[in-house]
Design a protein around this ligand. Structure first.
Ligand code: ADP
Ligand code: MG
Length: 268
């Protein structure tokens, strides 16, 4: 009998508490999510609302204090090749060329050289990197580096891609280009994507579903499914209506963040 593996993600009653010498921070409280295979989900919220904490828990880098996460049919207990992570700060090996960076995970996996070469060549092409294959990361622009980071995750063919503000450091034009490429790749390869951003516009441009988080403790404030056809037009009425709605929700949380900082300042 064959069992089909899906990349469905289940987050069940997840709490995460960080304990430091003088205080405890409840970073996540009672998070429950069901993410079907192939969905493009954006986690949206201001800084400090637990987006990275939730993503890291799904990645298996830092486990929940309580609750469970099931990814791809298995309870998450550590990082795994079924969940690829793309960070804001690229995380490439500086001493390796573009093609070596992309090939690295495949070599670890022990694939045959001919197959590695074929896959790397396909990915270089898919991400418009063929001309840059021999370059080192320091000789690439931010946008190109982020393409390499995406190619590296795609090389492993992870059914789940976790992306933590991956385009946050890029200029507007490069960012839009990479958003479009990511949408194209996602449509072609049918990955499940969880994409963290604090940009409302980015979330509306990309997502099937937007999960707005509250500021400390991080909870699900709103879970919205989008039915706008792609490619979406940021100047359209529907886009802007959603932008106003989400803007209001995010602003409430930003205000709570601000009030919190004022309280802390008053204690100092
Ligand atoms: P976001 O990614 O939404 O900006 P984070 O997930 O990074 O938020 O952080 C959520 C909260 O947890 C913040 O208040 C942050 O200060 C706290 N936090 C995150 N990581 C740690 C840690 N390793 N130790 C203590 N507190 C942490
Ligand atoms: Mg973060």
């Amino acid at each position: 009998m064959t069992t089909s593996v899906t990349s469905h993600i289940n987050v069940n009653a997840v709490n995460k508490i960080f304990s430091t010498a003088d205080k405890e921070v409840i970073a996540l409280r009672d998070i429950n999510l069901e993410i079907p295979e192939g969905q493009f989900v954006c986690l949206l919220g201001p800084s400090g609302c637990g987006k990275s904490t939730l993503l890291n828990a799904i990645a298996g880098f830092s486990l929940p204090t309580s609750g469970t996460i099931i990814a791809n049919g298995k309870t998450v207990s550590d990082p795994g090749p079924d969940r690829g992570m793309v960070f804001q700060e690229y995380a490439l090996f500086p001493w390796m060329t573009v093609e070596k960076n992309i090939a690295f995970g495949l070599e670890i996996k022990g694939l045959k050289q001919a197959e590695i070469a074929q896959r790397v060549s396909n990915l270089l092409q898919m991400l418009g990197l063929s001309e840059f294959r021999q370059r080192y990361p320091k000789d690439l622009s931010g946008g190109m580096r982020q393409r390499v980071a995406i190619a590296r995750v795609l090389a492993l063919d992870s059914p789940i891609m976790l992306m933590d503000e991956p385009f946050g450091a890029l200029d507007a034009l490069t960012r839009r280009n990479l958003q479009d490429e990511l949408l194209r790749i996602w449509a072609d390869l049918k990955k499940t994507i969880i994409f963290v951003t604090h940009s409302i516009e980015e979330a509306i441009y990309l997502a099937d579903r937007i999960i707005v988080m509250t500021y400390r403790p991080g909870t699900v404030k709103k879970d919205i499914v989008l039915d706008l056809p792609r490619l979406r037009d940021p100047s359209s009425a529907a886009f802007n209506a959603l932008k106003r709605e989400l803007g209001q929700l995010v602003m409430e949380e930003q205000q709570r963040h601000h009030d919190d900082e004022l309280k802390l300042a008053a204690i100092d």
